[in-house]
Structures are given as structure tokens and as C-alpha cells.
Ligand binder design. Structure first.
Ligand code: FES
Length: 316
């Protein structure tokens, strides 16, 4: 460990397990024990940007975390990679050293849940694999529904094979799963956890809300997509103007300008990166601010949110 927040890891193994999916096994570079992490935790890796550009910080869920044997990730190569997943797929090799944050967990299993309903889409399976391993250990009631495109059903079936059982279901395409019916059939006290494309998670949230589920029983994890229209950010207090590119987050643009600003999940969930807005119209993509706070437009989460106006002025 470099300090209380940062780890120096070494790639122990990296292998393609299916087209576009690479499994990476990381250990402590100095051979020490790694910090433990509960299912649902993620780490943020510092990776080289495309063509030697500024480093990127990408968050990945831990599929497994063993202080002795290391952390395991499965990384999908993004269609429009900004360099992070491309580097992991094309360049990362055993022996490479990577800086990472210690694990953080914003998507933990809730111990009071009467039952755990897990709904994944595509690579959103990664935290659910860790959940299933833990739920099988503890014997807690659960059900997993994984949605996969027709050409990836075999890939996800293979990933789930060691965890197969009557609670584990794979569906070919979202329309083959009747979400309202599935949610309506759950016993009182069930918590639902969803990870995958935003449309799927929105659908789960809307279906649960429509059935009167308390929002405290509905959990989602996504590391927000960066893409959108470019815009200009002005930091009023420091009198700096920063161009935010279409494939870059506001947070990345601020960091690339050499300004340190706090962040944790980098997925719009924790609220750590919150910044005050002085002028302009934020396009909120986070899951932290309330509707009322969004309507006020006084704060923005730069890790995922963007700007509807060509200029956004922040009070920093
Ligand atoms: S870093 Fe967590 S909401 Fe932005």
C-alpha cells in the first residue's frame, strides 16, 4: 500500500475469456496482504489515456477479493474506449504495475433483507457474481436474473456455471423477462439490486416504484457514461476556463487541468465530488441529488453530469 487510500498493484494474470471480455487478476506489488472488500466493492485504476494522453481513472467492480490471493476484475472493451478499457485489452500484461484506490463499496448487500433479488444486464454481472458467492456461503435467500444478448448467452452461462442452481436464470434479451411480474412475486422485505445498462436499471427502478417498493429497497450500480456534447467550464474563483470534450467527464477535465478535487465512486452515487454551480444549466446524470436539488440547479456531480448550456460556471 502506498498510503491509506492508494494501492500499488501488479498484474498477476490477464486473459481474454470471451470476445471483448478480459479477466484481470491483481496482487499487491510488494506481496503484502490487500485490504479486504465486501461483495459489490470497486476499485479505481489509474490507466494511461489513449495515445499517451492524460491518465484516466476508471472504476471496476471486484468480482472477487481475497487479501491473500488478490483482486479479480472482468473488463469489457468499450466500443468507444477513451483509452482505459482499450489499454486493459491491448496492452496490459502480467508484471505491469498499476496504481489503484483502496476498495470502496456503494453497492453492498443489505443484511436486513428478507431476500435478495439480483438483476444484471451484460457486464453488469460482475458485482452479482460476488453477491452470489457470498449469498451461497451465508445461505440467504436470493434469485439472480441475468439478461444477455443472444450472442453472449453462452458467455454469461459459462461465467455463472460455477454458481449454477435453481435460483440462477439467464434471459436472452430484456423482453424475455417480465420485470413487473418478477417484482410483484417477491416476498415483503426483498431488496432488489441491479447493474447493467442505464435503460435496464431505470426500468427496474420504475417497475419497483410502480409497485410501491420503498426506494431504500432498490439498489443500482453504474459507472456513468461520459459521452455528450462538448462544453466550456469556467471555474469562477480561480478564473480558469476548461474545455470539456464530448468523450470526457467534467471531473476528468478538471483533473487534467491540474486541479485536485475530491471523488470516490466516479459513478454519480456517493456525492463526494459535489460542486457548486454559479451559472448555466447542468444536465444531471447522478443518483445522488434529489429532484428538488436538481431543479434548483445549485450543485452538480462532475463525475457523471454534464451541461445543457454551452458554458457552465462553477463556484470553485
Ligand atoms: S465521485 Fe461519487 S458522485 Fe461523483
Amino acid at each position: 500500500m502506498m498510503d491509506n487510500h492508494t494501492l500499488t498493484l501488479v498484474v498477476a494474470d490477464a486473459a481474454l475469456i470471451a470476445p471483448g471480455l478480459r479477466r484481470v487478476h491483481l496482487r499487491a506489488a510488494d506481496g503484502a496482504r490487500l485490504p479486504p472488500a465486501a461483495p459489490g466493492a470497486h476499485i479505481t485504476l489509474s490507466l494511461p489515456g489513449a495515445d499517451g494522453a492524460r491518465p484516466l481513472r476508471n472504476s471496476y467492480t471486484l468480482v472477487s477479493a481475497d487479501p491473500e490471493h488478490g483482486y479479480e476484475l472482468i473488463v469489457r472493451r468499450a466500443d468507444r474506449s477513451r483509452g482505459g478499457s482499450r489499454h486493459i485489452h491491448e496492452a496490459l500484461a502480467p508484471g505491469d504495475v498499476i496504481d489503484a484506490t483502496v476498495p470502496h463499496n456503494l453497492f453492498a448487500l443489505h443484511s436486513q433483507a428478507k431476500k435478495h433479488l439480483l438483476i444484471g444486464g451484460g457486464i453488469g454481472i460482475t458485482p452479482l457474481l460476488a453477491f452470489v458467492a457470498r449469498l451461497r456461503e451465508t445461505g440467504a435467500p436470493f434469485e439472480l436474473h441475468q439478461i444477455a444478448s443472444a450472442d453472449e448467452i453462452g458467455v454469461f452461462a459459462a461465467l455463472l456455471a460455477p454458481r449454477a442452481g435453481e435460483q440462477v436464470h439467464i434471459h436472452g434479451g430484456r423482453t424475455s423477462l417480465d420485470l413487473p411480474a418478477l417484482l410483484a412475486a417477491q416476498p415483503l422485505g426483498t431488496h432488489v439490486y441491479t447493474c447493467g445498462p442505464a435503460g435496464l436499471m431505470d426500468h427496474v427502478e420504475a417497475a419497483a416504484a410502480g409497485l410501491g417498493w420503498p426506494s431504500s429497497h432498490v439498489h443500482r450500480e453504474d459507472f456513468g457514461a461520459a459521452g455528450g456534447e462538448p462544453f466550456v467550464l469556467r471555474l469562477a474563483a480561480s478564473d480558469i476556463e476548461i474545455a470539456v470534450a464530448g468523450d470526457q467527464t467534467m471531473l476528468e477535465a478538471i483533473e487534467a487541468a491540474g486541479i485536485d478535487t475530491p471523488s470516490l465512486c466516479r459513478g454519480g452515487a456517493c456525492g463526494v465530488c459535489i460542486l457548486p454551480v454559479r451559472q448555466g444549466e447542468p444536465e444531471h446524470r447522478d443518483h445522488f441529488l434529489s429532484e428538488a436539488e436538481r431543479a434548483q440547479g445549485c450543485h452538480v456531480m462532475p463525475c457523471v453530469s454534464r451541461s445543457r448550456s454551452a458554458l457552465l460556471v462553477l463556484d470553485i
